[in-house]
Design a protein around this ligand. Structure first.
Ligand code: ATP
Ligand code: MG
Length: 774
């Protein structure tokens, strides 16, 4: 048997060596699912399957690169190069470029990133004269995105009275019109947003049977990692493409499904066996990643979820240290603890920075950690913040490049038409937009005909518009002969961008110049890479596509030794020797927005399972007693997820507080069914070694508690019952404002039926409902 097959256990070998036909690998974290997928590809190639016929879909581009790298080691780089491997978005963007004419798009279509989409939606809301406080552009974008991911086109929306009614009830009856205008504008701009890359692929495969047949032939073998987080649109694509040969291999873990909020559908995993005939299901049980304590602790938490497939995960790894739990008084103290703990571990165990990761529930938590790491001179990298390519100065340069490729691109045009300033004001731009709408053309096309159309513009303005068109055209001519680096270099000089930036001598201005230089370096690297593979044509289009689909993980420089900071969502599939999970507090993790239904709470628990199972050797759980949130100091309570871990796996670096302050019972409202009294444990014994960190200053704590009402705290939920009567106006953290229509029950069981302004009616247990009296 080949050497690499010997790197698998028996359970892993079976799916790797599986012959043709559908298979699914369902297994817990760290059990080698990704490894199985990788080795199966290598095995297929060794069996003579042409790499051109293999499509593998990963959750991040980074994961695809790593897989390709490993496969190249096994079968050789030249063979591995021909594999189709990447995220759904990057793979189908490529296919759409080839087939775009069928859908009426140019092959050089622009990909709008989330920021472009939001700007366009905000502009449309403004143009329609709608109230931006009711029509919040980010919410509208989410709504449009969820339509697209469920394949609800504009026409389908207008044929669906339920959807329209729901929007009308939510006081946003014109969402359909915004959606329609948004799609029209994208189309006229020759642009697709992220969701379009999936939606239009579906459209392509359904409307054009010959295209479907072509790609079914092409992708005889399809493999999907992290299948539990595919959405409906992705599901349909995989289904359609694999329909002919049925050589579909999916791997996943229902316990790690954490993207429901973005439309991921866990049922894709549950229904797989129904979707294909003769599915072979493989299970892996041995975890190779984590110490025994971590594996067992993670198991003990995820067992609390009711909806899950039964799975066993064990490890032959040693027990390892206990999971350390640390409490601090404030979030900045939490940051300091993390920084000094990393510092000490590095010293004592001779570790590198890259051996550590700090994971959090929300991006805003990174600030306190960053401050502390900086003070300790510990280099770190934040993932998932603003990606390099989304910085303003970078987007400005990219906007020019995007216009060269596709002058119809409205968002890029609006971005740079008057930047650097060239005397084209907002009124002129508004007139252009109106005319573009009137003639059903792009803004650029209107500008090209500015002398023929009566826009009520004066001559100098017309001249400026023409000059801009001429300039972009000249860049296009240059693009035919020069490479992307030469072109970009020319553009930043010719447009005056560099001059503009140099004028600004502030440190921020200098940093921006550095970023531009970095962009130029990146383009140069790209061009060199292109030369190597002898594909110089269309280089700029490809560069822009890479950039549009780049996530922060993709800019990772492996040689850089830095502590990784990221949200748990982003950490899926990754592993680190030491992991700090910070902000382990109620209302933060689990998030306050997830406490209303069991399924939301279970998704939070899966998220915690993902977090904990990233750790190989040591995990830390930290929480604070108070935290600044939305500019206010909020009293925090330890997360129920700490409570849920069996005590034998925990070591408290700080003792839990005595008295009733301790863990809150699990939230069981009537939505959750029976209240489980066993969850009402009030305190936990201190296990492990005596506390190595002194108890916090009780006086300070008392003071903090006393300060509470003055700090704008919401009325404590438990007391709220006394202040309420039918007709009371209330606000809920998730459902917004509403009015009590009925009260029932007594004492702890008192419930209120509330009609919320968004149209929904909910019955909530007052003891737990996050209500504020208005
Ligand atoms: P996740 O659910 O987090 O995505 P996974 O199931 O995909 O995890 P992998 O990432 O494939 O798991 O494997 C976890 C770790 O265990 C990796 O470092 C991998 O190299 C290692 N590993 C997997 N199988 C074996 C094996 N048979 N022998 C040695 N190491 C293994
Ligand atoms: Mg994996």
């Amino acid at each position: 048997m080949e050497q690499y097959i010997a790197e698998l256990n028996e359970a892993q070998k079976a799916p790797v060596l599986h012959k043709d036909g559908p298979l699914m690998v369902i297994a817990g974290a760290g059990s080698g699912k990704t490894r199985v997928l990788t080795y199966r590809i290598a095995y297929l190639m060794e069996q003579g399957v042409d790499p051109f016929h293999i499509l593998s879909l990963t959750f991040t581009n980074k994961a695809a690169r790593e897989m390709k790298h490993r496969i190249a080691q096994i079968v050789g780089a030249s063979e591995a190069k021909n594999l189709w491997m990447g995220t759904f978005h990057s793979i189908f963007a490529k296919i759409l470029r080839i087939e775009s004419d069928k859908l009426g798009y140019p092959s050089n279509f622009t990909i709008y990133d989330a920021q472009d989409s939001q700007r366009l939606i905000a502009a449309i809301i403004k143009e329609m004269g709608l109230d931006k406080d009711i029509y919040k552009y980010k919410q509208i974008q989410n709504r449009i995105s969820s339509f697209k991911n469920s394949l609800i086109t504009v026409r389908a929306y207008f044929n669906n009275s339920d959807l329209q009614e729901a929007d009308a009830m939510a006081k946003r009856p014109r969402i359909g019109e915004i959606y329609e205008e948004y799609c029209n504008r994208c189309f006229k701009s020759g642009a697709m947003d992220f969701d379009d890359l999936l939606l239009k692929t579906n459209e392509l495969l359904t409307r054009f049977p010959e295209v479907l047949a072509k790609y079914q032939e092409r992708f005889k073998y399809i493999l999907v990692d992290e299948y539990q987080d595919t959405n409906h649109s992705q599901y349909l694509i995989v289904r359609a493409l694999s329909d002919r040969y049925q050589n579909i291999c999916v791997v996943g873990d229902d316990s790690q499904s954490i993207y429901a909020f973005r439309g991921a559908n866990i049922n894709n995993i549950f229904n797989f066996q129904k979707d294909y005939d003769g599915v072979e299901v493989y299970r892996l049980e041995q975890n190779y990643r984590s110490s025994n304590n971590i594996v067992k602790a993670a198991n003990s938490v995820i067992e609390k979820n009711k909806s899950r497939l039964d799975k066993t995960v064990w490890t032959a790894n040693e027990d390892g240290p206990l999971i350390k739990v640390h409490r601090s008084v404030t979030d900045s103290e939490e940051g300091r603890f993390v920084a000094s703990s990393i510092f000490e571990s590095k010293m004592q165990r001779q570790l590198s920075n890259a051996d550590f990761a700090v994971l959090y529930r929300t991006n805003s938590q990174s600030r306190a950690i960053e401050d502390a790491l900086r003070k300790r001179d510990i280099p770190y990298r934040i993932y998932g913040g603003l990606s390099f390519y989304q910085r303003k100065e970078i987007k400005d340069v990219l906007a020019y490049l995007r216009l060269v490729i596709n002058p119809k691109d409205e968002e890029s045009l609006k971005r740079v038409i008057n930047y650097p300033a060239r005397g084209i004001g907002a009124t002129t731009i508004d007139k252009l937009i109106v005319a573009a709408k009137h003639y059903n053309r792009s803004i650029f096309e209107v500008m090209e005909h500015v002398r023929k159309i009566d826009l009520k513009l004066n001559n100098p303005t017309k001249q400026r518009l023409e000059d801009f068109v001429t300039m972009i055209r000249s860049f296009q001519v240059m693009n035919d002969s020069a490479n992307a680096f030469e072109l970009t270099d020319h553009i930043i000089k010719k447009t005056g961008l560099i001059r503009e930036m140099k004028k600004d001598g502030t440190p921020e201005g200098i940093a921006r110049l550095d970023n531009i230089e970095e962009l130029l370096n990146g383009i140069k690297d790209f061009v060199e890479g292109q030369k190597e593979i002898d594909e110089a044509t269309g280089a700029l289009t490809e560069f822009l596509e890479d950039v549009a689909l780049a996530t922060d993980l993709d800019n990772d420089n492996e040689d850089d030794d830095r502590v990784a900071l990221m949200t748990i969502h982003l950490a899926k599939g990754l592993e680190f020797p030491n992991v700090y999970i910070v902000g382990m507090e109620e209302d933060l993790f689990p998030s306050a927005l997830s406490l209303n239904t069991r399924s939301e709470l279970e998704e939070e628990r899966r998220l915690f399972y993902v977090a904990l199972t990233r750790a190989e050797k040591q995990a830390y759980l930290t929480y604070t007693q108070s935290r600044y949130r939305w500019g206010k100091l909020i009293d925090a309570e330890p997360s129920r997820f700490i409570e849920e871990i069996d005590d034998v796996f925990l070591e408290y670096l700080t003792p839990p507080l005595d008295s009733g302050y301790r863990f809150r019972p699990m939230v069981d409202s009537d939505i959750f069914g029976e209240v489980d009294k066993s969850k009402y444990r009030q305190t936990k014994p201190v296990s492990g070694t005596p506390p190595s960190v002194p108890r916090p200053n009780e006086e300070k704590l008392r003071k903090l508690r006393k300060l509470k009402p003055d700090l704008g705290q919401p009325v404590a939920s438990n007391n709220i019952a006394q202040n309420l009567s039918e007709g009371s106006k209330v606000a809920h953290t998730r459902f917004g404002r509403g009015c009590i229509i009925k009260l029932e029950g007594v004492g702890n069981d008192k419930k209120a039926e509330i009609k919320f302004d968004n149209g929904s009616v909910k019955k909530l247990l007052l003891r737990f409902a996050k209500l504020e009296v208005l």
